[in-house]
Design a protein around this ligand. Structure first.
Ligand code: PMP
Length: 421
């Protein structure tokens, strides 16, 4: 059975019939996207939308070099890591070249959830601890253990999981280290031994927090003093998104014990990894080997390798920095004229725009954010929302976004904020 394009009611009915009720659609008028290229997504009527939401297609949708590498490898061989082969080695070498020297070994997985799950297993094995610290509104993935470390959406915490508030607003930098210190005291009082602190280095679901630079360092020092590991979740911030470095933790001048990555790694193809020190992995390996059928398969590795090459060849870090700064400047300009904008935060092409309640209409910040997200969609620009109060616009386009695209977004946002509906 196929539904002719444009019959959204029929597609919605089929979805409801065959997909579990766990799925969610974006936008009041859900989109049927049929193809995409670069920063553009096209719907079933041929209308194009500027993609300022999807961080996965980091080098642009359907990048020809990535598609070519993927299809060439799929035509040649696709197998696992139990044979000698070039692809996983080349990918590991290229990845490690982007990371601090201390991080010298890789384990491939398929998803960010799996990478975090594995990092949690490793940190338990290495430290003998069972306690974890995450931020209050974190999202780290969907396995049983990681869902217990993802309190976003009110999920219950797993055993031994403690939370600290992300550094938002005036309390900022110093407060984060102090909060982690107090959390460690609470754990000690409860007789829980720390295994690791797991943090998304751009605090995406907590509402996007990039500044002040370096605020994570004090917290990480305290975690190390308490005998725990620091796991940097780079699933959102990694692969050049913050514009000045490949990895979000670089902004904080720290070297994590374990780094988890995924999403943009394959530009849409599922490939993920945990990177760490060989010594840390060796302690884990004492408990047995780790095998992941598809983690490190030939096609995924060839694809991820092409993504790294495109990021380098097209100088996308520099583009993310330049386009991000232009966008940020434009957004701060809009904030001067639109009282709805409370704060503009972020780095590179990961930007959060916090909106306040609208006094004239009586709408809450969250309702105003929903209105703006849908208004932008009607005007052909795709963004999302985030934050504990659902009042932060989340802007994370492919890193190929050009200044003219950023201007389109700014103009559409200006119009949407001005518009009464
Ligand atoms: N960590 C973070 C910070 C994420 O945003 C996500 C996905 N939204 C994950 C981990 C999980 O990745 P995946 O969906 O590939 O399992």
């Amino acid at each position: 059975m196929t539904t002719p394009p444009g019959n959204h009611a029929a597609l919605l009915a089929r979805r409801a019939r065959v997909l579990a009720p766990t799925y969610r659609l974006f936008y009041e008028q859900p989109l049927q996207i049929v193809r995409a290229e670069g920063v553009w997504m096209y719907d079933d009527s041929g209308r194009r939308y500027l993609d300022a939401y999807n961080n996965v297609p980091v080098v642009g949708h359907c990048h020809p070099q990535v598609v070519e590498a993927l299809t060439r490898q799929a035509r040649t061989l696709n197998t696992h890591t139990r044979y000698l082969a070039e692809q996983p080695l080349q990918l590991a070498e290229e990845l490690l070249a982007t990371l601090p020297r201390e991080l010298d070994s890789v384990i491939f997985t398929c998803t960010g959830s799996e990478a975090n799950d594995l990092a949690v297993r490793i940190s338990k094995a290495v430290t003998g601890g069972s306690g974890f610290i995450v931020t209050e509104f974190a999202y780290h993935g969907a396995t049983e253990v990681i869902a217990g470390m993802s309190p976003e959406d009110g999920r219950p915490l797993g055993p031994g999981v403690y939370t600290v508030a992300a550094p938002l607003g005036a309390d900022g930098a110093a407060a984060f280290g102090e909060r982690v210190g107090r959390c460690l005291e609470r754990m000690q009082a409860d007789g829980v031994r720390l295994a690791a602190m797991l943090v998304d280095t751009i605090f995406s679901s907590d509402g996007v927090v990039a500044d002040p630079r370096g605020f994570l360092a004090d917290a990480v020092r305290k975690v190390h003093e308490a005998g725990g590991l620091f796991i940097a979740d780079e699933v959102q911030a990694g692969f050049g998104r913050l514009g000045e470095a490949m990895w979000g933790f670089a902004r904080h001048g720290i070297v994590p014990d374990l780094v988890t990555m995924g999403k943009p790694m394959g530009n849409g193809h599922p490939v993920a990894a945990v990177v760490g020190r060989a010594g840390v992995f060796a302690a884990f390996a004492k408990g047995g080997s780790y095998f992941n059928t598809y983690g490190g398969n030939s096609v995924s590795c060839a694809t991820a390798l092409a993504v790294l090459q495109v990021i380098r060849d097209e100088n996308l870090l520099e583009n993310a920095r330049r386009s991000g700064e232009h966008l940020m400047r434009g957004l701060r300009g809009l904030a001067q004229r639109h009282t709805a904008i409370r704060e503009v935060r972020g780095a590179g092409l990961f930007i959060g725009v916090e909106l306040g309640a609208n006094a004239a209409s009586g709408r809450s910040g969250a309702a105003e954010t929903r209105r703006v997200v849908n208004g932008l969609c009607r005007r052909g620009v795709l963004v999302g929302s985030t934050g504990r109060d659902g009042n932060v616009l989340k802007i994370r386009s492919p890193l190929t976004l050009e200044l003219q695209h950023a201007d389109l977004l700014l103009e559409a946002l200006d119009q949407t904020l001005q518009s009464p509906e």
